[in-house]
Every structure is written in C-alpha cells, then in structure tokens.
Design a protein around this ligand. Structure first.
Ligand code: PLP
Length: 230
C-alpha cells in the first residue's frame, strides 16, 4: 500500500457504493458484511483499515494469513476469512488465526478441517465454493454436486456450514455477473443456507442486487495489489 493511499476515503467511497446499491435493491446495508481483502498488502494496510473501522479481513494464502494474524494479535476484534484455495496440509496455518474457510469444495477438505477442529475442541465456520459458471480454471464444486457436498458437510461434527461463495466470471459489464449471483442465491435457498459471499470490487452492485450478504473487496479499499509472483 502506498503511504499516500487514503484508506478512510477509499472506505467511504466503497460504503457509498454499497448504500446506493442497497437503496436500488430495497435492502438494508446492515445485512451485508464488508470483507476487506488484504492479500498482497502489508500488515500496516490492515492496521489502517482496522483503524478506519473495518473488522473482517479476507486472505487467500495460508502462510500469509498466519503471518498477518500473528502480527496483528493485538487487534482484539479482528476476524479472518480464508478465501483462497486451501490444501489440506495448510489447514494448521489457517486454524491458528481462527479463520472461517469460505472455499470448501470437497468432502475430503471438510473432513480434514472437522477432524482437526474436533481435536482442538472448536467449531470452524465454513462456506462452500461453487463454480457456478463452470469455468475450467476456477475452484469450486459444480452446481450438480452441491447437494451431495452439503449433506456430507452437514454430517460432520466440528464444522458449521453457513452458506455459499462464488467468484463470477470477469466481464466488461458487471451486470453480466447477475445470472451467476442469482444462481448462487437459488442454490443457497434450496439448501436453507443463509450466507452468500459474492461480489468484488468490479461487480459489487450486481451482487447486492442478487442478495449478497458478504462482499469481498480488495482493490477498491487498498488500491491495486503489488505485483507478487507466487
Ligand atoms: C482477490 C480476491 C477478491 C478481491 O478482489 P478485488 O477485485 O480486488 O476486490 C475477492 N475474492 C477473492 C476470492 C479474491 O481472490
């Protein structure tokens, strides 16, 4: 994050976009959690965002999450959400931060999270990631596999399945994401799941329109991500 980047002003602009989208959709913005996606930005950027009033942060890489959570333990109200692809051998890095895992897309991963959580006497909140548009390069279970996955995850003792998450295909017109978001909403309703994590910097208005309860916003808050090669 550039030192000159004014996080408070960026946050005000994002909140304004959310308020306007909510007004158009006839929704109350209190129903929507703003998840600040801090991946690739330094700990100081998270501190600035916390000081500006944000409490929920999203990270994509287990190692980076673990390091940031450890460095920011003094921020007593901070909450982490893991929104990247999680390998089973990295679960322990995520659990130290007490993050939710918003990207579960296999029974095997959910089982591994649950058994580790059981051993630690905790319950881990989960979302299931759905590849609604069936894009080859994207994670997430196919919509047709969701019922089986929901049933298996609900049977596990130490996870709390709260909802669904998706990343819409990137298109020039953000309104093109609406059918993807609408489909996720229908899938969640069919399984009585309350949370819908959908909508990013580019398409947050479309997501609000289609019922998002969690917006994952990076660029609009923190500016462009430094180019990191992984
Ligand atoms: C990086 C990322 C975001 C944030 O994207 P922006 O376009 O910067 O708002 C949201 N969700 C996921 C899964 C991401 O990987």
């Amino acid at each position: 994050m550039a030192v000159s980047h004014d996080l408070a002003a960026a946050l005000a602009r994002v909140r304004e976009r959310i308020e306007r989208a909510c007004a158009r959709a006839g929704r109350d913005s209190d129903e929507i959690v703003l998840v600040a996606v801090s991946k690739a930005h330094p700990v100081e950027a998270v501190r600035a965002a916390y000081a500006a009033g944000l409490r929920v942060f999203g990270e994509n890489y287990a190692q980076e999450l673990a390091a940031k959570a450890a460095a920011l333990e003094d921020l007593s109200e901070i909450r982490w959400r893991f929104i990247g692809h999680l390998q089973r051998n990295k679960i322990k890095l995520v659990e130290r931060s007490r993050a939710t895992v918003d990207t579960v897309d296999t029974v095997r991963l959910a089982e591994a999270i649950s058994s580790r959580a059981a051993a630690r006497n905790v319950t881990v909140e989960l979302l299931l990631q759905v590849n609604v548009a069936g894009e080859a390069q994207k994670s997430g279970c196919a919509p047709e596999e969701l019922s089986t996955l929901v049933e298996a995850v609900r049977a596990l003792p130490s996870v709390d399945l709260r909802g669904l998450m998706t990343v819409a295909p990137h298109t020039a017109d953000p309104d093109d994401a609406r059918p993807t978001f609408a489909k996720l909403r229908e899938l969640a309703a069919a399984h009585a799941l309350p949370e819908l994590s959908m909508g990013m910097t580019h398409d947050l208005e479309a997501a609000v329109q289609e019922g998002s309860t969690m917006l994952r916003i990076g660029t609009a808050l923190f500016g462009p991500r430094p180019d990191v090669t992984r």
